[in-house]
Design a protein. Structure first.
Ligand code: AMP
Length: 548
């Protein structure tokens, strides 16, 4: 093969913030701090402080490849760590604080984190686990001297601002192989221990380039982005990298994720685009609905992490004029795989047809390839009807878990190409729009026929009295499994079991209608805001259906 004669410039994370500094130096990064106030900085200042922090970390003995963990909200100091740690060839390990403390300690030990930086909110949590984390040499409280506790159970607790000040801002980002590890996240596995996903500079930069495209998240220098999705949930879906790459203003909400605080920030900072899981928008919409508010600048929002109910898409689109961008991905995919944007041929369609299309998870971003296969591993047709296991491949898709945990996760096809099995069950239509019917573990198998729990839930939450609904399999002597609908009502709303079951008439086949409805005060949510169906299945494992 003849090699091309172009420069070999490595794709590195530091190049993103360098670019933002040079070309969008005055674009703002606004954070609501844990301390309560609003903080303003720019990409220029953020790059300067990140370089200073990178130098300080080096002086404290954090070497190439060392893992530096964070337990922090979305804020500018967390963003500085994103660049300071990865930019200098170390690995940023973002930890989800909503996990059980024992699980957090397990993750820290498994990753062999050398330093752990955390927000003031998490001081009690970190104090509880510190003694169980022998690999950590530096504990850094992400605040200034004035907010440091008078005493702490953590010996030699460092103050972030003092640590940063000990570095020099004449530090220059080093260049290195783009395949160097940059960051890691652990997947909150439903069974067994969490598994580490180790991203590289190359995978992160390629993912950012693809994510910013018009048919993906469509972000530009003219946007103001507020990621509600936490920086500990798959790197806030890549937005902390995409924002400096395109040079848009970035607004970080800190710990204040309730509807009222978010709405105020959207309006005050003239946010144009946001991103988060459906449960977050439920909180926001409850606030705007109750106070009859409208968004003056927000024109679109990315919704993913779990299926976005059609009723939510409709409300955003029709009442608020906010375009919903339904997207799908997973930790193992950095995370973006698909986004639901229209093709030219859809533009003339009716509003109803467009809404129907938007409930699908969408088309793949260039770079990701996908297919669906049956139980025999054979490819299934793209007809929008056949459903099977969804497999993906691409330069920002995982090849192997950290430390080889769980063995080889890939499946090799006849042509010798490796595919990552997502664990999702989906259809793909002739236009390439993928639609998740279920997580394979959540599918309900009734007499050999599959019932999509997502479809049943979407219908339930379209009922005005329903706040949240989960459909799980309950054991049945004849059919093996039958759907049981678990419902959390809206405050002060009334609906009976019979009314809810009648609500399914004409919407699904008779045999897909749940056999029973149970009302609960709350539906348990996992660490990333998704319904914890494993917990519900456990809770209702002995449930006796009236039809049994
Ligand atoms: P995680 O790695 O924790 O982000 O979880 C990834 C999983 O979340 C996927 O494999 C899907 O099961 C689910 N998921 C993510 N986005 C969507 C979506 N838009 N619709 C349905 N399920 C989704």
């Amino acid at each position: 093969m003849l090699h091309g004669l172009m420069m070999q410039m490595p794709l590195t994370i530091a190049s993103l913030i360098e670019h933002a500094d040079r070309h969008h130096g005055d674009a703002e990064v606004v954070s609501r701090r844990v301390e309560g106030d609003i903080h303003r900085t720019t990409y220029r200042e953020l790059n300067r402080r990140s370089r200073q922090l990178a130098d300080a970390l080096g002086r404290s003995g954090i070497g190439a490849g060392d893992r530096v963990a964070t337990i922090a909200w979305n804020g500018y100091r967390h963003l500085e760590l994103y660049f300071a740690v990865s930019g200098a060839g170390r690995v940023l390990h973002t930890i989800n604080p909503r996990l059980h403390p024992e699980q957090i300690a397990w993750i820290v030990n498994h990753a062999e984190d050398r330093a752990l930086c955390f927000d003031l909110t998490f001081l009690p949590l970190v104090e509880a686990i510190a003694a169980h984390c022998p690999t950590v040499r530096h504990w850094v409280l992400m605040s200034d001297r004035a907010h440091m506790p008078a005493a702490s159970k953590i010996p030699d607790l460092l103050c972030y601002e003092e640590l940063l000040a000990s570095g020099s801002d004449s530090f220059v980002w080093p260049e290195f192989d783009e395949n160097t590890a940059s960051s890691m996240c652990y997947t909150s596995g439903t069974t067994g221990h969490p598994k580490g996903v180790l991203y590289s500079h190359r995978s992160t930069v390629l993912h950012s380039l693809a994510a910013a495209l018009p048919d993906a998240l469509n972000v530009s220098a003219r946007d103001v982005i507020l990621p509600v999705v936490p920086m500990f949930h798959v790197n806030a879906w890549g937005l902390p990298y995409v924002a400096p790459m395109v040079g848009c203003k970035l607004v970080l909400p800190g710990p204040h994720l309730d509807g009222k605080s978010l709405y105020e920030l959207f309006e005050a900072e003239k946010v144009t685009c946001s991103a988060g899981v459906p449960t977050v928008w439920q909180g926001l919409l409850a606030h705007t609905e109750a106070s009859n508010l409208r968004f003056s600048t927000m024109n679109r929002t990315v919704i993913g992490g779990s299926a976005c109910p059609p009723a939510m898409i409709r409300l955003f689109e029709e009442k608020y004029g906010v375009h919903v961008l339904h997207a799908w991905g997973m930790t193992e995919m950095s995370p973006l795989g698909t986004a639901c944007t229209f093709k030219s041929k859809h533009l003339g369609q009716s509003a109803e047809e467009k809404l129907r299309l938007q409930t699908k998870q969408g088309r793949v971003l260039y770079g990701v390839d996908m297919k669906i296969v049956g139980d025999d591993g054979q490819d299934l047709p793209w007809d929008g009807k056949a459903f099977g296991d969804l497999l993906v491949r691409g330069p920002w898709v995982l090849r192997e878990y950290f430390k080889g945990e769980g063995g080889d996760p890939l499946k090799t096809d006849a042509a010798g190409r490796d595919w990552f099995p997502t664990g999702d069950v989906a259809t793909i239509d002739a236009d390439g729009y993928m639609h998740i019917t279920d997580r394979s573990k959540d599918v309900i198998k009734s007499g050999g026929e599959w019932i999509s729990s997502i479809e049943i839930e979407n219908i339930a939450v379209a009922h005005p009295a329903v706040a949240m609904a989960a459909c799980i399999a309950a054991r049945h002597p004849k059919w093996d499994e039958r759907p049981l609908l678990v419902v959390m009502k809206k405050p002060n709303a009334e609906v009976t079991r019979e009314q809810l079951l009648a609500h399914y008439e004409g919407k699904v086949a008779k045999w897909q209608v749940p056999d029973d409805v149970v009302f609960v005060d709350a539906i348990p949510l996992g660490a990333t805001g998704k319904m914890l169906k494993t917990r519900l299945r456990e809770q209702f494992k002995d449930y006796r259906l009236p039809t049994a």
